[in-house]
Design a protein around this ligand. Structure first.
Ligand SMILES: [Fe+2]
Length: 127
């Protein structure tokens, strides 16, 4: 049974998908069940991954993280996503060399949580 907004990864080819409609089937890629990515919230390494939210004149800025995360060819934040209290999703895809941040034009108090995906360290969620 999947749940809306869960993120799954194929450990063979690297496909990553997000659930838009929950249902009972098992998600399979490359002939194997896809792995549910659990969101980390506790910093454990020197690099900081937990999204930091702050208010801007137009909306909200999400920065990764308390110390800017590397944005190198082999190690970078692939995307930043917000889920709002009123059922909206916003996502910005990033590339190596970009700043590890994204601004969304929604009020801070409407944000349920923000999360991001690091190509080496996985999925991280704001508190
Ligand atoms: Fe990382």
């Amino acid at each position: 049974m999947t749940e809306k907004n869960q993120i799954y990864k194929c450990e063979i080819c690297g496909n990553i998908i997000e659930v838009l409609h929950e249902a009972g089937g098992q998600l399979v890629c490359c002939g194997e069940p896809m792995k549910l990515l659990e969101e980390n919230t506790v910093e454990a390494s020197l690099e900081k991954h937990v999204p930091i939210l702050s208010e801007t004149p137009q909306g909200v800025l999400i920065q990764i993280g308390s110390v800017p995360h590397p944005m190198e060819e082999k190690h970078y934040i692939e995307w930043i996503e917000i889920i709002t209290k009123d059922g909206k999703t916003g996502r910005k895809f990033l590339n190596p060399g970009d700043k590890p941040e994204a601004e969304f034009f929604m009020p801070l108090d409407n944000i349920l949580f923000a999360r991001e995906y690091c190509n080496l360290h996985g999925l991280w969620k704001s508190k």
